[in-house]
Design a binder for this molecule. Structure first.
Ligand SMILES: [Zn+2]
Ligand SMILES: [Zn+2]
Length: 308
């Protein structure tokens, strides 16, 4: 088992990986979206407009809205092929090159014989992107659908827009099914903000990187050097001889989850550190940590693996 969750040097940068603008079906223009995220205290944002013909296959150029304290990474929400329920795939691609070739998807409906979701995810990853399976609950995908996206780095386990607008924002179960089948996969929390409802500033990632640049952030995302949050901070997680040590912002619950039904859980009033036993988790190849604050807001680590 690795001894630490965060091994990189650097500091944590707050960012939202999933946002829309007027380049697709969002309400605000790209500059205003960037301004609002910066004003809210974010260090970076990724505009992920819908990459379909209806919007002229946008990879929204946000490079003009970067400044000393704020940056952007180019990206898009890709659509292609169909899931087992017949609906088109939604896949996030962060760090997509501006000249990424469009699929043949005029609108949110796939055409028989054109590129599949599996294939466009692979093509995006090969082009250098960090790829995530978007909002599994909202999409109502099956476990087999999720397993098929072999190029994905992560599952979007919290989508704030879906949580606010239709109570289908949570997909931790899909992630745990993949982990339990030895699929090495990380997790992300995002906004999926369109700014048409209170769908923003609710889910984000804290990426540990040496500097707040698109290149450093993208490398750290691919390396899993981040945690996801809707409020709390995770400062550090260390595997020690007899357990796990978690340092975090003030919280009431700290949980370590693994492959089986057993978990290690600490309850308190305003804990900023916790030592948890691994006794009920010794058979698990992977461990991940959840922290819950007094308001019920959570932060989630990525899993660490012990499989050589
Ligand atoms: Zn979507
Ligand atoms: Zn979206």
């Amino acid at each position: 088992m690795p001894t630490r969750f965060f091994t990189a040097t650097g500091k944590f940068y707050r960012g939202n990986l999933h946002t829309h603008s007027t380049r697709s079906d969002g309400v605000l223009d790209p500059q205003e979206v960037c301004r609002r995220y910066h004003a809210e205290g974010y260090d970076f944002v990724v505009l992920t407009d819908h990459f379909v013909g209806r919007y002229d296959y946008p990879i929204t150029d946000t490079s003009n809205y970067r400044n000393d304290g704020f940056t952007t990474v180019l990206g898009a929400e890709l659509h292609a092929g169909t899931m087992r329920n017949g609906l088109i795939w939604h896949l996030l691609a962060v760090g997509l090159p501006a000249d990424f070739d469009p699929p043949d998807v005029p609108d949110f409906k796939s055409i028989d014989g054109t590129e599949s979701g599996v294939d466009i995810a692979r093509r995006a990853r090969d082009a250098g992107a960090f790829v995530a399976i978007a909002h599994p609950h909202w999409s109502r995908m099956t476990e087999a659908d999720a397993l098929s996206i072999t190029a994905a780095h992560a599952v979007e386990i919290y989508n704030h827009g879906c949580a606010i607008d239709n109570d289908r924002g949570e997909s931790l179960m899909v992630l745990d099914h993949l982990l339990s089948q030895d699929r090495h996969m990380n997790l992300i929390a995002t906004d999926d903000a369109h700014f048409s409802t209170p769908d923003h500033f609710g889910g984000w990632v804290m990426v540990k990187a040496v500097e707040n640049t698109p290149e450093a952030l993208l490398a750290a995302l691919k390396a899993g050097e981040y945690f996801s949050s809707e409020g709390p901070q995770i400062h550090d997680i260390r595997i020690v001889d007899d357990g796990i040590q978690v340092d975090c912002s003030s919280c009431v619950t700290i949980i370590v989850q693994g492959n089986g039904t057993g978990t290690a859980t600490l309850h308190g009033m305003s804990m900023t550190t916790g030592h948890l036993s691994r006794d009920s988790l010794t058979d698990s190849k992977w461990l991940r940590v959840t922290v819950v604050d007094r308001a019920g807001k959570r932060a989630w680590s990525n899993p660490v693996w012990n499989d050589g």
